[in-house]
Design a protein around this ligand. Sequence first.
Ligand code: ADP
Ligand code: ASP
Ligand code: MG
Length: 411
Amino acid sequence: MKKGSDRFMALIVQKFGGTSVADAQRIANVADIVTQAYRAGNDVIAVVSAQGDTTDDLEAKGREIDPSPSRREMDVLVAAGEQISAALLSMAIQRMGFPAVSLLGWQVGLETTSAHGEARIRRVREDRIRKELDQRRIVVVAGFQGIDRSGDVTTIGRGGSDTSAVAIAAAMHADLCQIYTDVDGVYTADPRKVPGARKLDTISYDEMLELATLGAQVLHNRSVEMAKKYNIQLEVLSSLTRKPGTIVKEKRNMEKMLISSVTKDENSARISVIGVPDRPGLAFKIFSCLAAKGVNVDVILQSIGRNGTKDISFTVTTDKMEEAIGLLQEHLETWGATSIVSDENVAKVSIVGAGMETHPGVAAQMFEALFGENINIQMISTSEIKVTVLVNKKDADLAVRAIHEKFFGAD
Ligand code: ADP
Ligand code: ASP
Ligand code: MG
């Protein structure tokens, strides 16, 4: 916090998602939020996403030319979405009579790895943004995009503008990072799917990280990871209602809730290697062959050996399924396994909550809710603060609602 001549000035990063900047009227609304913070004496950095469905539309345009386009060119193409939003918001702010400047990823020195489409942020240079803030300008930064060591434009993964905002907040030592979106906080379940879902006042970094990783798209999971690492307080709130949102921080207030939220992830596929010899070393071979090619494995289940063989099942993200099967096929004979079976019609349904650590029986309650709807559980995985089950995709929404009702009651 910097001390101004007659007041305390804070540095605030405000991130606005696609719905918040979808059209001219929404941009005017965002300009109003930004300038309000500025008029209160704060330094303000606004980070913007592409308007509405622009990123999807740009991707589709690319695939129209080439169904499997160069990842480098795809990044050049989709980064255009955030460039448009940044320019438009800056213009809207200027039109209101305030000084603003739009900056792209490369201009703010947001340096990333070269993994186009899923680049990792290495650092954000401070100097350019600082120079603009020192002149009392509102800085509008294009989210989602960066630059690699060879000077090429990169993007950091779908939903990544949240992470751009947190990375900038960390580099600039911001006092607060606000994530403005189309819901007014983090809820006990996706409020668009579960009408009785309730808003949480606070949630811990660890819970939020699990939630984001397990499918709640309200925050990009890497943004939460980074916020925790650099101790950046996040607030998730709506640009439309302007009510207080949900604070993500180290420890949430101990309003004793067993679980915080229920979520689902349909981007999962199950693969089973059948008839694996029941000997030491086979699991190692199977998973190292996938790891060597960067295929991440999630929930794992191994059956008890019977007649000298066992089955090993696990989940991967849907886009990695074909690759994983191909890799396993290559070695199947050497391992002495029988066959590979896969299923894309699955979904992960999870509960997350720090309260689980101290309360036994939470998983049993979740399973009871599923039993009540006659939903079959294919796999289970747990950690201290989450329980995940794999179910048939067609059952996923019902599973979320039933579990939500069990823990939070009807509305
Ligand atoms: P933005 O474009 O602002 O980044 P996103 O679409 O990425 O917004 O994320 C907001 C959406 O996340 C909401 O519209 C909501 O449907 C969804 N969502 C999923 N789970 C939750 C949850 N537990 N709490 C709030 N929103 C959730
Ligand atoms: N525009 C990008 C996307 O749609 C990044 C973001 O919105 O966070 O994924
Ligand atoms: Mg998002």
